[in-house]
Design a protein around this ligand. Structure first.
Ligand code: SAM
Length: 251
């Protein structure tokens, strides 16, 4: 008689990532349409940059495409690999997008969802990424990068209203994450969240810094890396999420 093993506990970093990023779905139709077009009637070979725990990579693989998922965080990549078990065509790769060398044929499509390109640093680091991506793309392949350019500022410490928290209950334990501060500076946007797990006595703050870049500026950086800017696309805002511009460039 087979006894199924209990599901392994998720690392805390994966729980927060799933809660804060994993539920977003407004962009999936766009990535799927781009993959279908890039495959020209066949499954596309896609590079998903900053793939996290696999939100986009797994959706594209389920649609029949073959996806290389590049991610620098080993815990997130481990979750992605586990979630891809039994699903053909997903290759998890641990590495830094700001300089990578992958084996295999060139890609038909390279996607950088959810403002990930704004996490790389400044223009020098984006340049390193753009040159690496260009070197891995077949002629005329598309590189698509979602960016956010406008965010409303608020600060809970100053008495401003905040969005309601994202919440999940895992094994009876409630995890909640809520943005408490958005600060837009000349070159950066800082987003701070409060993460709480009351049952475990956890209350911590996490902050990320996005580089400010617009579609025209990113297009110029891509052109310097040998890519050809196209007309940008967009992911509309939802009730819970801001919209993104999607910069499109071709090899
Ligand atoms: C906003 S999340 C997006 C995750 C996933 N693509 C999605 O859309 O759900 C950004 C991801 O990029 C990864 N990342 C950030 N900088 C990176 C870098 N330099 N190289 C590779 N991955 C990076 C982070 O670890 C994180 O998983």
């Amino acid at each position: 008689v087979g006894v199924s093993a209990p599901a392994p506990a998720l690392p805390r970093s994966v729980i927060w990532h799933d809660l804060e990023c994993g539920r977003y779905g407004a962009d999936l139709g766009l990535w799927t349409r781009l993959a279908t077009a890039a495959g020209r009637g066949k499954p596309a070979r896609v590079l998903d940059v900053g793939a996290g725990a696999g939100r986009v990579a797994l959706a594209l693989a389920r649609a029949g495409h073959s996806v290389t998922a590049l991610e620098r965080d080993p815990e997130l990549l481990g979750a992605l690999a586990q979630r891809a078990e039994g699903l053909p065509g997903v290759e998890p790769v641990l590495g830094d997008a700001r300089g990578f060398a992958l084996k295999g044929p060139p890609f038909d499509l390279c996607v950088v969802p959810m403002q990930t390109v704004q996490l790389f640093g400044g223009s020098r680091e984006r340049g390193r990424f753009l040159r690496s991506a260009q070197a891995h793309m077949r002629p005329d392949a598309v590189l698509a990068l979602a960016i956010v350019t406008q965010l409303d500022e608020f600060d809970r410490a100053a008495g401003d209203a905040t969005p309601s928290p994202d919440m999940v209950v895992i094994d009876g334990v409630r995890y909640a994450s809520r943005p408490v501060r958005v600060e837009v500076a000349q070159r950066t946007i800082e987003i701070e969240r409060e993460r709480t797990v009351p049952a475990l006595g956890v209350r911590e703050h996490d902050a990320i810094t996005l580089a400010r870049v617009d579609a025209a500026g990113l297009g110029r950086e891509a052109a310097r890396a040998g890519l050809r800017p196209q007309r940008p696309l967009a992911v509309p805002a939802t009730e819970e999420h801001v919209g993104s511009e999607v910069v499109i460039v071709r090899a």
